[in-house]
Design a protein around this ligand. Structure first.
Ligand code: NAD
Ligand code: ZN
Length: 363
């Protein structure tokens, strides 16, 4: 599968290629215009896929830099160490960084690339399902002690090489975490309505629910590739319309407001927190009980763990710090309700303490 983004920008347009296929890393790429490439590789991913990664590095004479696994790398400390290390190696404007790992590796490497010498090239090699979301759209960044992703930059990669065979080594929690963003993309893009008897009639959502009804289904990478491509296309459609998040891109945050608070408080994988955040957003949207139940049962059947929740006040305190709020009230992305019907129309709505708490009790 080869997707080419089609950004419409009035300054120098820079489209990039997204290659999604099994063994994508083994295909031929022209990297000759870079003076030198450095690959920043998640240490754990390197251990699991050493032969594959080494072959790629050797073929293009890429220098290897191992970085801490997962979220741990997204700190100012590692950012500072990495930029100094690369400067020490005499990195040049026409060099390129290659991120090999999950969303955290991509966010970190992209931010290093955006900052070094006021911006050098970078390539994404995502190795998780979740990274179908993270690697697309050009958001990069690291965490602050005040919250996730609060320090960052918009930076497009030159290319995304999505090698599906990396996904075979993901554990159950990471499979579920990544799948959550696919569910979100289906909700955002799906052509569906909710009929009078409150059954969900959504072609794409029904197809997804049929294709995946137990944990083992998430291990079928042929199936997964189809839906990863669907997710990428959905995200691209949104991002092409609003790269800098002044409008529709905000809807990609569906489920993320409470999701981030859950991720932060319970140290949950990103997507697992987001799936619970989406349930809460559905309640805030005004979904009827039986639809919520049906959706929830499907998620539990797939293997999503329940969360042992803390008090509402605990999350409320975190939500009040959410960077998406421009005023005091807390805004959520919700789905529109029309005459008892629910449609895939999203908007931002502010909620006050009382409503949030009441919905929390239903959640
Ligand atoms: P991750 O990079 O932390 O990876 C999760 C875990 O899986 C890590 O422990 C990692 O070592 C391991 N892993 C990675 N690839 C593996 C493989 N092939 N086999 C086995 N284990 C593997 O995170 P993620 O879940 O991919 O992404 C979450 C991160 O992405 C968060 O930091 C989130 O903020 C960010 N994100 C960014 C955007 C964006 O637009 N930039 C969007 C969504 C999420
Ligand atoms: Zn997300």
């Amino acid at each position: 599968m080869k997707l080419i983004t089609n950004y419409q920008v009035d300054h120098k347009a820079k489209n990039y290629e997204i290659i999604v296929t099994e063994n994508a890393l083994e295909q031929e790429y022209d990297l000759s215009h870079y003076h030198k490439c450095f690959a920043l590789i998640d240490t754990y991913v390197y251990r699991l896929h050493k032969a594959k990664i080494d072959a790629f590095m050797k073929r293009y004479d890429i220098e290897k830099v191992l970085i801490p696994s997962g979220e741990a790398v997204k700190t100012m400390h590692h950012f500072s160490t990495m930029t100094e290390l690369l400067l020490e190696k005499n990195i040049k404007r026409n060099d390129c960084l290659i991120a090999i790992g999950g969303g955290a590796t991509g966010d970190f490497t992209g931010y290093v690339a955006a900052s070094l010498l006021r911006g050098i090239s970078f390539i994404q090699v995502p190795t998780t399902i979740l990274a179908h979301d993270a690697a697309i759209g050009g958001k990069t960044g690291i965490n602050s002690k005040h919250g996730k992703n609060l320090i960052g930059a918009f930076k497009r990669p030159d290319r995304v090489i999505y090698d599906i065979s990396f996904l075979n080594t993901l554990n159950d929690a990471e499979l579920l975490s990544g799948f959550a963003e696919i569910v979100k993309h289906v909700l955002l893009n799906g052509n569906y309505k909710v009929n009078q008897i409150s059954d969900i009639v959504n072609d794409d959502l029904s197809r997804l629910m049929q294709a995946f009804n137990k944990l083992d289904d998430l291990k079928d990478m042929n199936k997964m590739q189809t839906w990863i491509t669907y997710g990428i296309q959905t995200k691209l459609n949104v991002v092409e319309r609003d790269e800098l998040e002044s409008g529709v891109r905000k809807y990609l945050n569906f489920g993320h407001t409470l999701g981030h608070a859950l991720e932060f408080s319970h140290k949950l994988p990103h997507g697992i927190a987001v799936i619970h955040g989406m349930m809460y957003a559905l309640i805030l949207s005004g979904y009827e009980e039986n639809i919520i139940e049906k959706f929830y049962h499907w998620l539990i059947q797939l293997g999503y763990p329940e969360v042992e929740v803390k008090s509402f006040e605990h999350y409320y305190a975190l939500l009040s710090k959410d960077k998406k709020n421009e005023t005091d009230s807390i805004s959520f992305v919700v789905m529109e309700q029309r005459q008892g019907h629910l449609e895939n129309v999203f908007y931002l709505k502010s909620f006050e303490y009382g409503t949030l708490k009441k919905s929390f009790e239903r959640w």
